[in-house]
Write a protein that binds this ligand. Structure first.
Ligand code: F6R
Length: 241
């Protein structure tokens, strides 16, 4: 795993965006995997800027997001569908029909997850996947557990994730306790992975991820088995390395 330690969040966002932009320029019809959360917001801002300046073109890009709360309406401003339009898709020239986010509105989540994996597979897999990391080592909503799941699936959320995310909801109890998440198989099959991590609170899990041991206590540690991972960290996140 390649690490790039940046001065601060802004530099981390710019550097990560450069890799995504290179991918788009090299292959304008790329399949990109995207994440939500606070970590990639600055990177999305930079991608919007590059798109507005004519540096990168999203017109042939297809995207698959990592996850979505379940159940949740897409119109809810805390849904990941809403987040992606708010932070990126509404500001670039992507075609709405090329955007894929697991649908938290469906009545049959298992069928939704199966169809999601089939669509990724039919498109030849993800060219570049963006990831953040949870304080508990999750990627997507693949939470630490005795066993990890390969396929895209419905999952319960841990207390740690509830604690990290419920503050964004008007009332903490409004946060769904479940999610649909891309499993580790489509993530690990992405040709390239870009991870963004910032802030002191992530330093302990960053230390764990980089200690070289692969374990289900830290789902992100499976990334050691991937050939092309670049982790962009700010100095705070890297402070225990
Ligand atoms: C979001 C996702 C999560 C986040 C992680 C970090 O789509 O899949 O794994 O990347 O929880 O979130 P932030 O960036 O808010 O610290």
């Amino acid at each position: 795993m390649k690490k790039v330690i940046c001065k601060n969040y802004e530099e981390m966002s710019r550097e990560a965006a450069k890799l995504v932009a290179e991918q788009i320029k090299a292959k304008p019809e790329s399949i990109l995997g995207f994440a939500t959360g606070s970590s990639p917001v600055g990177m999305y801002k930079e991608l919007v800027r590059l798109n507005k300046e004519g540096e990168i073109d999203f017109s042939k890009i297809t995207t698959f997001n990592l996850d979505e709360y379940y159940p949740i309406l897409r119109s809810n401003d805390q849904s990941y569908y809403y987040f992606m339009f708010d932070n990126l898709f509404s500001h670039v020239n992507i075609k709405k029909e090329n955007v894929n986010v697991p649908n938290g509105e469906v009545s049959d989540p298992d069928a939704e997850c199966k169809a999601y994996d089939e669509k990724i597979e039919a498109m030849g897999g993800i060219d570049l996947q963006v990831l953040g990391i949870g304080h508990n080592g999750h990627i997507g909503f693949n939470e630490p557990d005795e066993k990890l799941i390969g396929a895209t699936h419905r999952t319960g959320l841990t207390e740690s994730t509830f604690h990290a995310n419920s503050g964004y909801f008007e009332k903490p109890e409004d946060m769904p306790r479940e999610a649909l998440t891309m499993g580790l198989t489509p993530i690990m099959q992405a040709k390239k992975i870009v991870m963004v991590i910032s802030g002191k609170s992530k330093a302990p899990i960053v230390k764990r991820m980089f200690d070289g041991l692969i374990g289900t206590d830290c789902p992100a540690s499976v990334l050691h088995m991937h050939r092309d991972v670049t982790v962009f960290l700010d100095e705070d996140a890297a402070s225990m390395l």
